[in-house]
Design a protein around this ligand. Structure first.
Ligand SMILES: O=C(O)CCC(=O)c1ccccc1C(=O)O
Ligand SMILES: [Mg+2]
Length: 324
């Protein structure tokens, strides 16, 4: 006996959250609940403005249509579904089948998009391997280079993940590299997407000895996981990539080519973020995931995130947009 529900949520964000060109005031999305007998499974469907191609409304419509089929006992084809819908529905099915292990990797790579001093404090509290993620490409490239030096010089053993989100021209990227002392370049675990084109990013890595990672490129049409000189990692944001099965395939391909696969957030609520932590522990057990985005919210949803003190909203408090 199958039944399903689609909840609609809207959660307020911290005032400083900017996505590319727009401020994100509220995070909007859907939570799907699948039930079969006494088993339940949940999934979050939350297209990220400025990053997803689809809107929340489009995702909700498609989710409803696919849920109608699911409840009727038909197999649903997620290959052609919108990425956020494919992710949420496949996660709910996986959880329903008991296929998502409970244990999660909640060690996040602290994310710094503002004051570097805040990050130094977070890192001093971090047990074990010290990994941090810093957004670059928003101010002067020279400043970014100096910030990278500062962290590598002051925190022994640190592994920095930098993210330029394709902001730099080859010249700007060169200016950045020039300011990172040669002996510090190994302290950069990787720099995500330095340049506008993957070809320029590859050339940058090979010229500077600074390792890079693909993030946006993973979602480009026709992308294939390929080991190339200077590339060490791929970032997988399941909400933007698609089904759990597609994500697992990417992790497998990365591992086969000795590339690190980093499971990363697309600003899911605490419900989706917890599932990503569990997915990361299961599929990429030796890699610290990129999930430090709870701090961008003003509220949690249903599942608490470890150590997070934000108020918790429950699914029971949400509107049910559709059920059958
Ligand atoms: O990857 C992480 O560590 C955190 C997530 C993150 O940076 C991010 C979150 C949402 C949208 C884009 C990005 C990004 O990688 O630029
Ligand atoms: Mg990125």
């Amino acid at each position: 006996m199958r039944s399903a529900k689609l909840y609609q949520y809207q959660l307020p964000m911290d005032s400083g959250v900017i996505l590319r060109t727009q401020r994100l005031v509220n995070r909007e999305g859907w939570v799907v609940e699948l039930q079969d007998g006494d088993q339940k499974g949940y999934g979050e469907i939350a297209p990220l403005p400025e990053f997803s191609q689809e809107s929340a409304e489009q995702a909700g419509e498609q989710a409803q249509a696919l849920l109608e089929q699911w409840v009727a006992g038909q197999a649903i084809d997620l290959e052609k579904a919108l990425p956020s819908v494919a992710f949420g529905l496949s996660m709910a099915e996986l959880e329903l089948q008991g296929g998502l292990p409970q244990a999660g990797n909640y060690t996040v790579a602290p994310l710094c998009s503002g004051d570097p001093d805040d990050l130094v404090i977070a890192l001093n509290d971090m047990p074990g391997e010290k990994v941090a993620k810093i957004k670059v490409g928003m101010y002067e490239a020279v400043r970014d280079g100096m910030v990278a030096n500062m962290f590598i010089d002051s925190i022994p053993g640190i592994r920095l993940r930098l993210d330029a989100n394709r902001q730099w021209t080859p010249l700007k990227a060169q200016q950045f590299a020039k300011y990172v002392k040669p002996e510090n370049r190994g302290g950069i675990a990787f720099l995500e997407e330095p340049c506008q084109s993957p070809a320029d990013s590859l050339a940058f890595a090979q010229e500077t000895g600074i390792n890079i990672a693909w993030d946006e490129t993973v979602r480009d049409e026709g992308f294939e996981v390929r080991a190339e000189p200077g590339v060490v990692a791929i970032v997988i944001k399941p909400t933007l990539v698609g089904s759990v099965q597609r994500c697992i395939e990417l992790v497998k391909q990365a591992n086969e080519q000795d590339l690190t696969a980093v499971i990363s957030s697309s600003m899911e609520t605490s419900l989706g973020l917890n599932q990503l932590a569990r997915f990361a522990e299961w599929q990429t057990p030796d890699v610290i995931p990129g999930l430090d985005t709870m701090q961008l919210f003003l509220s949690q949803l249903e599942t608490p995130w470890p150590q997070c003190k934000l108020p918790l909203k429950t699914l029971a408090e949400l509107d049910v947009a559709w059920s059958k």
